[in-house]
Design a protein around this ligand. Sequence first.
Ligand SMILES: NC(=O)c1ccc[n+]([C@@H]2O[C@H](COP(=O)([O-])OP(=O)(O)OC[C@H]3O[C@@H](n4cnc5c(N)ncnc54)[C@H](O)[C@@H]3O)[C@@H](O)[C@H]2O)c1
Length: 254
Amino acid sequence: MLKALQFKGEVVVVTGAGTGIGRSTAEAVAELGATAVLVARTQSKLDEVKTAIEKNGGKAETFAADVSKETEVGKLRDFVAGKWGRAKAIVNNAGNNFISPVTELATEKWRELIEVDLDSVYYMCRDFIPLLLKSDKPSILNVASTFAHIGNPQMPVYCAAKGGVVSLTRQLAVDYGPRGLRVNSICPGPTLSPRVKGYFDSGRADPSGTLAKVMLGRFAQCDEIGNVAAFLVSDAASFVHGASIIVDGGQTIN
Ligand SMILES: NC(=O)c1ccc[n+]([C@@H]2O[C@H](COP(=O)([O-])OP(=O)(O)OC[C@H]3O[C@@H](n4cnc5c(N)ncnc54)[C@H](O)[C@@H]3O)[C@@H](O)[C@H]2O)c1
């Protein structure tokens, strides 16, 4: 089991790796021996994460890209193909949220969030599957949310996008399982990333209402999600396929 958790220099691409859950996932896979390819829009944030990983004895490369843009995902794929020729795993984590009741939701905001949360996953899977299939026991992990499974007030587009991520994941698992590619989604519950902390600090969301629904009575720290994500793309999870893994401190059970 412990040996199967090791990545032995293989390449794991993590989108949205500049902060939050993506950063923790990248740090976890690098600690387990992967070369983490850190992807986000802001180069300075990526440089900070790369330095932290290297200080810890790990390996990382950076690539600045907006993964909601098809052309930029294509350039990322070309970068990975040119440097390594294959990838062991991709973690499609980049995402955002927009809080508004559906009656006040402008079409451009709907489209904007679908582009970031769902289109990006499609571009990444489509462009990376050929590179993944060149590796031994490859996998894809798409970061969805508990809100793919339960409704949450004032988040129509986020819930729709994350439901789409879970459904796309399941479909790809049907097509690519027979070729040895594992495809899963992870559904975090409330996690204290910089973005979520920002919602609470600004008063746009009420932490007490959220916490009342989490049976462990607290938010996850980002590494509590990142550690599970790293496990799921490792060979230690070799029979986990087509699953939507809920990591929510008991938010969805009650
Ligand atoms: N934090 C939570 O409570 C929670 C719960 C469930 C699911 N999630 C999901 O986890 C993922 C990470 O969330 P987080 O809370 O760590 O967020 P975060 O905002 O702290 O981190 C998201 C990262 O993605 C990057 N990013 C955003 N849009 C991008 C784009 N178009 N191209 C490239 N990079 C982009 C950001 O720059 C940032 O580095 C998201 O998909 C989110 O929906 C979070």
